[in-house]
Ligand binder design. Sequence first.
Ligand SMILES: Cc1cc2nc3c(=O)[nH]c(=O)nc-3n(C[C@H](O)[C@H](O)[C@H](O)COP(=O)(O)O)c2cc1C
Length: 371
Amino acid sequence: MSSNSFGKLFTVTTFGESHGPAIGCVIDGCPPGVAIAPDDFRRDLERRATGKSRYTSQRHETDDVEILSGVYEGITTGTPIALLIRNTDARSKDYAELADVFRPGHADYTYWQKYGIRDHRGGGRASARETTMRVAAGVIAKKWLREKFHIVVRGWLAQLGPLTPRLTESGVIDWDQVNANAFFWPDAATVAELQKYIDVLRKSGDSIGARVNVVAENVPPGWGEPIYGKLDGELAAALMSINAVKGVEIGAGCAAVTQRGSEHRDEMTAAGFLSNHAGGILGGISTGQHILASIALKPASSILVPGRSVNLAGEAVEVRTKGRHDPCVGIRATPIAEAMVALVLMDQALRHRAQCGDVGAIMPRIPGTMR
Ligand SMILES: Cc1cc2nc3c(=O)[nH]c(=O)nc-3n(C[C@H](O)[C@H](O)[C@H](O)COP(=O)(O)O)c2cc1C
């Protein structure tokens, strides 16, 4: 199977299946001198992990990262970094009766059509278990971006089904609140409503979609490449590669359809841009404003509600999931989306440094969004 790597100078290759012995990744092109310890991965992997709250899947993984190479005495050496996480809570028997069945909404049928063979256990390679390694690689990218440029990449749950958090008029996110609940939800006043909605949904055996927003702050102007390496194009591809993502928006995104040019263009003054409908990117290159991305995630397909499908013999079957699954996979997608944005930014930063490192600071430099 090809296409398990992405990035140009900072590349990440992931391997492993949901119910295999381990998952892992090889990160190549990381600059030497970055301090990395197994503990650095813990926070983000716990944020992504299953079983941390009753609102997400009840699969319990410890997600301990083993650093196999590329780090000597806690410092990256510039050689390939190999990370490994052993699968400790894969209950393959949950999936035994699905071996001959194509689950609707999953990649079972398409993998079968493409390869003529598949590891059906837990979705195999198509399982979101793979995203654990993206989060692990993203930890290194986030760290490097923060130390070199004070860049902070963080996300929040911006919608769950019909529910949206109430934000202040300026749209400022309360990050303490995002970190204070199991949903990455920025509005303390509606957390209880959210919990109630998910409890009712879980009892009904169904699932729901979600929207996750990510912002990257302090990205300098000039990152991104025309024409086929546009920053927004690479962000869109990276975010769309996350399981269950059906839509990606940058800045105003689809709302641009109903905007006038006089509203959408972000007017500039010497004191700063007056808005950020572009999402911090013009012509595929960063403006120095916040990078704003938003993703739409579909509702999980593994639900208790029975659904029609076919088996390997092409016969009609009824599929009813018994395994342990999320009523809303969008909740756990937040750290995954942050990781993908950080990985793209680190790759683009290194590419910018390689080609334009001698250009230096260009004047005038317009400050980011004023409101
Ligand atoms: C964090 C995360 C967890 C997921 N867990 C489940 C799950 O428990 N059940 C399910 O049906 N889909 C789950 N998915 C989605 C499937 O992996 C995905 O829908 C499936 O592989 C088909 O791929 P596609 O939806 O990207 O086309 C999850 C997605 C993410 C991002």
